[in-house]
Design a protein around this ligand. Structure first.
Ligand code: NDP
Length: 276
């Protein structure tokens, strides 16, 4: 799997697995664990989770799925903004590590911007990094002005901005994406198939049919073709994980990209960052 460099010198795989809505339902648990394991076996060793998902339940599911293979993995978790105080960030990270049954995270993100001053959160993130509890840190749902503000406190170490980005949500192409590219920061595209809503789009369906692939694969391949984008689709089903993984091998021609631009026009002006 291709990977991208982070400012620290570490690398992050370009395709991983999301976990939102996992760990919420005891009946689905074994299927979720099986799905994550299946994805890891295929090579999708980046797992994205958060203390918010299932209020810790998703992290516990991840812990089961990664048993015995921690060293192969790139684990990402996130702190709630209301926990992101000087002490709260450290405590939240410790709780996540405990639930994940590991002693470090590869990447720890501020889930979105709240009312705690960024200087406070970044002090804690730097402390966690120094203590070896996290290898890198970053932000999520940060618009360009938030990113620029963060730069004052992050010692140029912010490793990523995880944002809503897919064919139907292209606003970041105006500012956040080029800014991150210029700074050498990968963008993590969440909800790459718009939680499934993209899949019924007629134009996308027509392009997928012409290429003999699925709409989800076109949507993921479209994101993956870009030089600084990491993609984290979520599925609890083996067949869909296999399908999403195979998007790595899809090449979109100039004509395909033009057709996608027609159906999903790029931004023509700055717009506020969208989030789910
Ligand atoms: P996705 O765009 O990844 O879509 C997930 C949904 O699509 C699920 O319902 C899944 O169902 C279904 N699905 C997955 N693959 C296929 C396929 N090939 N064909 C048909 N349906 C499919 O949405 P998410 O919102 O889950 O985003 C991905 C990840 O990004 C999250 O899980 C989370 O880790 C992260 N995220 C981060 C946010 C943030 O604020 N930082 C916000 C939102 C997401 P099923 O499981 O039944 O297959």
């Amino acid at each position: 799997m291709r990977s991208l460099p982070l400012p620290s010198g570490a690398t992050i795989p370009v395709l991983g697995q999301g976990t939102w809505q996992m760990g919420e339902n005891a009946k689905a648990r074994s299927q979720e664990i099986d799905a994550l394991k299946f994805g890891i076996d295929l090579g999708m060793t980046l797992i994205d989770t958060a203390e918010m998902y299932g209020e810790g339940g998703a992290e516990e599911v991840v812990a089961e799925a990664i048993k015995g293979q921690r060293s192969r993995l790139f684990l990402v978790s996130k702190v709630y903004p209301h926990n992101a105080t000087r002490r709260g960030t450290i405590q939240a990270c410790d709780r996540s590590l405990k639930r994940l049954k590991t002693d470090y995270l590869d990447l720890y993100l501020l889930h979105w911007r709240g009312s705690v001053p960024l200087s406070e959160t970044f002090e804690s993130l730097l402390e966690l990094r120094q203590a070896g509890k996290i290898r890198d840190f970053g932000v999520s749902n940060f618009d360009q002005d938030d990113l620029m503000e963060a730069r004052q406190f992050d010692q140029n170490l912010t490793a990523t901005d995880q944002v809503l980005y897919n064919l139907s949500r292209r606003g970041i192409e105006w500012d956040v994406l080029p800014w991150c590219r210029q700074q050498g920061i990968p963008v993590m595209a969440y909800s790459p198939i718009e939680q499934g809503r993209l899949l019924t789009n007629k134009a996308l369906g027509a392009i997928a049919a012409r290429l003999n692939v699925t709409p989800a694969q076109v949507a993921i391949a479209w994101l993956l073709r870009q030089e600084n984008v990491v993609v984290i689709p979520k599925s609890s089903r083996r067949d869909r994980i296999q399908e999403n993984y195979a998007a790595l091998d899809i090449h979109l021609s100039r004509a395909d990209l033009d057709a996608l631009d027609q159906a999903f026009p790029p931004p023509v002006r700055s717009q506020p960052l969208e989030m789910l």
